[in-house]
Every structure is written in structure tokens, then in C-alpha cells.
Design a protein around this ligand. Sequence first.
Ligand SMILES: *Cc1c(COP(=O)(O)O)cnc(C)c1O
Length: 394
Amino acid sequence: MGLDNALAPLLETRRQQHLYRQRAELGSPQGASVILNGRPMLAFSSNDYLGLANHPRIVRALKRGVEDYGVGSGASHLICGHSREHHALEEELAAFCDRPRALLYSTGYMANMGLISALVGRGDRVFEDRLNHASLLDGGLLSGARFQRYGHNDVQALEKRLSDDGPGHQLVVTDGVFSMDGDLAPLPELARTCGTKNAWLMVDDAHGFGVLGDKGAGTAEHFGLGVDDVPILMATLGKGAGVFGAFVAGSETLIDYLIQFSRPYIYTTAMPPALAAANRESLRVMVEESWRRDRLRTLIARFRHGAEQLGLPLMASETAIQPILVGDDARVMAIGRALLQEGIHVGAIRYPTVPRGSGRLRITLSAGHSETDIDRLLEALARVFGQDGGAELL
Ligand SMILES: *Cc1c(COP(=O)(O)O)cnc(C)c1O
């Protein structure tokens, strides 16, 4: 069968299941107000939690970086692409996260694939929270280690599966802040369990970095956990930090090992040095403008209070990710479209990003929003959910 003839029916099935995805075209910088498909929208859908993606200081740092280093990095880190900017950023990230050393990856997806597959393999076991990000699941599968998922945040179930001694290594992997639910992993309990069972704990803090903790170092800082508790810390730079890229922070030995053995680190072109310069400036802004985290907290409280008064099905999240559970995939898409008509863009999330039957609006708040923006969102939600919870939209 020809290629297109084989693929076309699969696309058709996707459409019939209401799972066909389309990309909207962004015609503006990321921010509270954007131009989406040519129309002005109030946006509650990006991961730019601190409002840094278009911050003037970070924009200037990127431009300066291009003037100093050009556009392309030209090679992988191990050949000749590792610039002074990358190196300085790694040192600053390590200090910021209170870890001995850090290593840059081009994206979080690659970091997760590269980490897990370098640390465990055949004969080892990897344990993952059922709601972990796709890149963590893919990394676990790629590694060839025996792969087991445990119930969401169910430390007791995990503990039962971990063995006290070999054979092989045991790696426990969790999101710090769950990307589609917004809740936190119970890191102190996980760290304790991993300690007693001689398992290695890896935390993906894509949605905690920049947002949680006094200085914004993330979920580990929030819980006061050091490198002994969370020996493998990974976070991304394209969300709270507002730029692009990812990193792993841990011991000297861990980082040295990854440089030697992590294939997605070794066999890829380094991120452009100007992006490293922009990330360095973002770190400084995150520290100096700590009001952004305070403001985000205020907005989260305002949103939750308003949504509770409307009787909307909020989830147990205190973070910038504030999902509203809808359930049915077709209904969540219809509600998303109705909000677009109101000039509001929120993520309408369905299977396979979340389990079947748990379609939701993934509302994300940012320090870039104003209180008026939050009130406009609440008014639109009140209209769209109406008395029948949006059922008439179908
Ligand atoms: C976004 C995300 C990633 C991937 O990071 P990128 O830099 O976008 O590739 C990994 N893990 C989690 C939990 C994420 O939300």
C-alpha cells in the first residue's frame, strides 16, 4: 500500500474520535494579550508563568548575544559548540539550584530521553507516576529498563514495588508539578522512600522552575530538598524562565557521566549561544523581580475564589496551572471554541494527553496577567458554562 493511502484512514479515525489536532497561528509575542489566527485574544494557555517570554531585558540580552556570538552554535558541545555563554549559564544554574553542577540540553524532551536512557538499561527498573509527562514515559521506554507505572502520587504503592536490594538499579521518576493537573508530587515522602529502598529519585520540574520556592528554584526549593534528597533534578528553560532549553542539575559525578554517556546530549548541536545569554539574563530577572511570583500567587487565589463561587469543577492545584475538569472530549472542545468566541484562549486538553474521560480546560495564569484579565476570564467562564455546564454547546 502507498504511504498516503496507509495514513489517510488513520487521520479520518482521529477526526471521528474528536481527537484531530489543529495548530493556531500566533501573530504576536507571547503575553496576556496575543494575536491568534489574526484575532486579538486574552490568553490563558501558555507556560510563560512569569511573563518573561517578551521581557525587554531578556530580549536585549538575546540581541547582544547574537552580536557577540552570531546565530548558530555550529557544532555539538563536545566538538566545538560549547561557548563561554553556555558554560557560564551552567555554573549559574547549578548555584541557583544549590547543586554542585548543571548540564544544558537543547530541550526538555531530549533531556528526559537522554537522562533516563543513560542512567538505566536492561536489568534495571524504572518507576514512573501514572501522570508523568510524555517525554519521561518515552525516556523510560527507550532505556530498555523494566518499566512500571504507579498510581498518581501513591507513595505507598510505589514503596511496595521497590525492592530492598538488587538485582539492577531502581530509578523513580516524577514530575515536580504535574503538567496537566497542576498539583505537586509529594517529594519529601518520595525522597524518604527512595532513600530507604536504595532507589534513585529523578524530578522533572518543568512547571515548578521559576515559579515555586522563595527564589524560584522550584519544587525542590519549595520543599527544602537538597542534592542528597533529589539527586537528579531536571527543569526546562522555555516555560517559567521564558526562553528555551533545559538542564539537569546534580553531583559532579552525575554530570560528568552524562557528558560521556548521554547520547541525546552528545549527538546534537548546542543551542545557540545567544539563547544561553538570554537564559542568563532570565535567571537574573527571576531573582531581582521576585514580585512576579507574589503577583502570580495573588492572581491564582483570585481565580480560584471566583471559580469556586461559580461552582466550576476546579482541581486541587495551588500552582499557575488551574484546570477545569470537563470530562467528555467533544464537550471540552466545544467549550474551548465558545471561549474563543468570547475572545479568550485556553488549552482544551483531551486524550491522549490526559486519560480518557478526563478532558479539561487547562487554564494557565501568568504574572503578566492583570486582575482585570482574571475577572474577564471568570465572566466568560460563567457565560459559557451557564446553567447546564456548557451542554448546549454540543
Ligand atoms: C514541556 C515539558 C517537557 C519538555 O520540555 P521542552 O523543553 O518543551 O522539550 C518535559 N517535561 C515536562 C513535565 C514538560 O511539561
